[in-house]
Design a protein around this ligand. Sequence first.
Ligand SMILES: C[S@@+](CC[C@H](N)C(=O)[O-])C[C@H]1O[C@@H](n2cnc3c(N)ncnc32)[C@H](O)[C@@H]1O
Length: 908
Amino acid sequence: MPGRTAKKYAKGRLDKYYHMAKEQGYRARSAFKLIQLNKKYNFLEKSKCLVDLCAAPGGWLQVASKYMPKPNVIIGLDLVPIKPIPGVITHVEDITTQKCRATLKKELKTWKADVFLHDGAPNVGVSWIQDAFTQSELVLASLKLATEFLMVGGCFVTKVFRSKDYNKLIWVFNQFFGKVEATKPASSRNVSAEIFVVCREYKAPKKVDPRLLDPKYVFKEIDDVADEDMDEKKKKERQGALLNDLFHPEKRKRHRTGYADGDYTLHIANNIADFIKGPDFLTTLTGSNELRFDMDDFGKAMAEHPITTEEIIACCKDLKVLGKKDFKDLLKWRDAMRLDLGITTKKAAKDDDEGEEEEVANDPESLADQLDAERKIAASRQKREKRKARERKAKQLIKFRLGMGTPSDIGLDASEAGAMGIMDGDDEGLFRMNGVSSEDVKKTQAITAAEQAAADLMLTDSEDDNEDDSELDDEDDAAEYDSDEDVHRKMSHLENKLDTLYEQFCERRIDKDPSLRVKKQKEGAKAFEEWYGIEFDNKRKRATDDVDGEEGAAGADESSDFSDDTSDDSDMERQQRKKPALKQVAGKKRKATAVTTPEAPEEEEEDATVDPRALSKRARVFFDNPLFKSLEQPKPKPAAPKDAKLTKKDLFAKEMNGTDDEDGDSDLDAVPTRQEVKKNNKKKMMIDGFEEDSEDEGKETNGFEVVPAGLDINGRPDDNFAITTAEAYTLAQKMVRKSSKRDVIDEAYNRYAFNDPELPDWFTTDESRHNKPSLPITKEAVTIIRQKQRSLDARPIKKVAEAKFRKQMRTARRLEKMLKKANNVMDDEGGEMSEKSKLLEVSKLKRKAKGKSDTKKTEVVVARGVNRAKQGRPKGVKGRYKMVDPRMKKEVRAEKRAAKANGRKRRK
Ligand SMILES: C[S@@+](CC[C@H](N)C(=O)[O-])C[C@H]1O[C@@H](n2cnc3c(N)ncnc32)[C@H](O)[C@@H]1O
C-alpha cells in the first residue's frame, strides 16, 4: 500500500533533528550534520571563504554563516534557487557544468576558498543504480571544482554513498588531501547509505591528472584492472562461491565491506543476453531478480527460440524464488542455447559442464550431507506433527473434563473407555462423596489419569520417545484402576478418613465453645423428638421432676440418657422389655417407603408395632403419605433379640447415622399405616394431629407415655399448638380445602424433605443452615398475625403488673395505718383536743396517706413575654406564685453563692 508506506516513511522522518531544526530556524534537518561534522573537525571556525555546492534549501549555508568568523564569503550553488540568507551569495547552477565553474570564478576572483562543502544528492526519480552513479559523478565534479578553487591546506567535505565506487573515491581523495576520514554523524539516519568524507590538508598539486577526476576512468579503470589481475584459481573460487549462493541462498554470506555490488534496489532486472553471452553469467544470475527477454531483439529472439520453454521464461521472471533444480535447468538451457547459437563448441560445453559438476561436487554440501539434512528436516517435521497431535489430544481431554465432549472425542473407543473407567451413556454428572458408584469413580479416575497423561505429554514433547512413555503411562493407569473393589476400597478409606477428621474437628470445636455444646445437645434432642415424637421428651421432663420416687429415680436415669451411655443402656433395656415394639420404629427414613398398605389384614394390625402417637408430627406426615397406600405390606418378622437390647438412643443413633442391620426390613414392616393409626386411636380424641387419652393421662401406653396437649379456655389447643406464624396460617388455610390440601401434601415432597442420609456430616451441617423450604404466605395471614401480635403487645407485662400490685398494696397499708391513727384521734379519750383540731389532724393524716405533703408549692413565674412588667397574678397560674425576672434569678443565685462563701471564710 503506497499510501501507508509513504505515511510511515514521512512519519519516520519527523525525528528529533527535524523538530530541533524547526525550533532553531534551520531550513533543513541536514544542518545538524554539518554542525556535528564541524564539532568533530572544527573547519568552520578558521575559515573565511566557503563554497557550498548543492546548497539548497540552505541549511548548511545557515550553519556556515553562523559558525564562520566575520567578515566572510559564503557562496551557495544549487540547481534550485535558494532563499536569500544574509551575507550569503547564492546562484542557480549545475555543478557539473562549465558555467558553474565560470560563475564561481567570477565570484571568487583571485580568492581561494578555505572550505568546500558538498552535500549533493541526485534528484530522485531515476533508478537507484543510476542515482548512485550520479552521486559518485557529483562527488567527482565537486572535487574537480574544489581542486581548482581550494586553497592549500583547505578542507573538502563531501557526501558519498557506500557503493562499489566508495573505495575508488577514497583512493582519489587520498591523491589530493593529506588527511581523509569517513564519518557518519549522529544526525544522519542509519537507514541511509550516506557517509561523509572529510578531506583536510589539501595538497594543491600544481598539476592535476585529469583522469583522477574523470568518472569514466576512476570507476572503470580500477574495475578492469581488478578483473585482469584475477587469476584463474580466484576465478574458479569466485564461481564456486556464486554457485553456492545460487544453490544455497540461505547460506549466502553477507558482504561486510559495504553494499553488495549492484544491490541498491529491491528489484534488479538484467538483460537475458548478459546471462547467455556474458562471461560473468553467474554474477548476473545471482545478482538479478529477473532476466528480461524484452530488452532487445536478441532477448525477444531467445524467448521465441524452440529450446526456450515456458518454464524457463517463468523461471527468469523471478529468480529469487527458484530452487536448486531450477537453477540447474537454467544453466543447462544456457549451455544449450550457447551451443545452438554457436557461441561455444560441444567440447567446450562439455568442459564447462565438467567444471560445473566439479564445482558442484566440490561444494561443501555434498549429496550425503544433503541427504542427511533432508532426513533431519523430515524428522523435525515428524516431531512437530507428533507434538501438535499431542497438544490436540490434551485440549480435547480438557474439553471432555469440562463436559464439552465425549470419550470418542479424545480418541478413546469403548474398550479403552472401559479400561480407563469412562463409561458410555453415563449421564450422572454429579459426583457424590458417599455412595459413589463404581462408574463415577472410574470416570473420575479416568479423567484424572487422562489429564495426567495429557500433562505428561505436554511436558515431555521434546523427547523422541515420548509417545512410548505416554503409552506406558496409559497402560499403567488402566492397570491401576482395573479393579472396582480397589477403587471402592480406596474411596471408602478416604471418605472414612475425611469423616473421622471432620468429627474430630467438630468435637474439638464443641469442647472449646460451651455455647456450641449446648446447641448440639439441643439439636440432638430436637432431632430425637423429630423422629420419635415429643412424648419421650415429656416423659424425660417429668421424670426429672420426680426425682425422689422410684419412678423418679428411673426417670432421672432416663433423663441422663443424653449424657451417659451406660445408665442409658440399662434403663432402655427395661424400656425394651416393657415395650418390645419400640425398636420397630427404627429404620431408615428412605427405606420406609416400602412399608404398609391400607388393605393390611386384621391380624397384622396387632403386629403394627409402632404406636403412631409416639411419632412426631413430621414423622407421621411422612408415613401418612398416600404413596404408602399403594405399597404392599410385607409380613412383619418378630423382633430380633439383639435389637431388643438396644436402647432408644442406640436406635436413634442408628437412624441418624443411616446405619442399619440385617433386620432393617422387619423394622420397616412395623411402621403402621394411616388406617392402622386410625383404628388404634379410634377411641381417643384427636386434637390438631396430637392425641389425648383422658383415661390414660400420665400413663404409659403401648410403649410411650401419652401426654395431653393443653387446652385453652375455648377448648382449643393451647399456645404450644397455636398458629403463630404467617406460614402456619397460610398452611392451615390451605389444609381446609381439599384441592389445596392435596397441593400442600404434594409440595411437601420437595428437595428439602428427603436429604440423602449418606451425605457426610460436614456437608449436612453446612447445608442445614440454608436447606430450608420457604413456605408461601398470604397477605391476609400476615395481617392477622400482626394484629394478634399487637393485641399481645398491648397486654401489660408481668413485671409491670406486679409493680402496680405492689404499689396498691403499699397504699392499702398506708390507708390502714392512717385509719388507725384517725380512729385514735377521734377517740381522744382524755378530751384534750377540740373537735376542730381533731378534724384538722384527721385530714392531715388523710393527705399524708395519699402521699401529699402539707406545704403548698410556690410556682416561680419569670416576668417575660406576656408576663413582663405585669402587675398581679400572671396569666395561667393558679395557687401560690412568685414573679421573678431572669436577671433577678441570677442575682439571687449569686447572692447565695457569695453568702455561702462568706460563711466558709468566717468559719475559718
Ligand atoms: C540534500 S540537498 C542539500 C541540502 C543542503 N546541504 C542543506 O543543508 O540545505 C541536495 C541538493 O543537491 C542539489 N543538486 C543535485 N544535483 C545537482 C547538480 N548537478 N548541481 C547542483 N545541485 C544539485 C539538489 O537540488 C538538492 O537541493
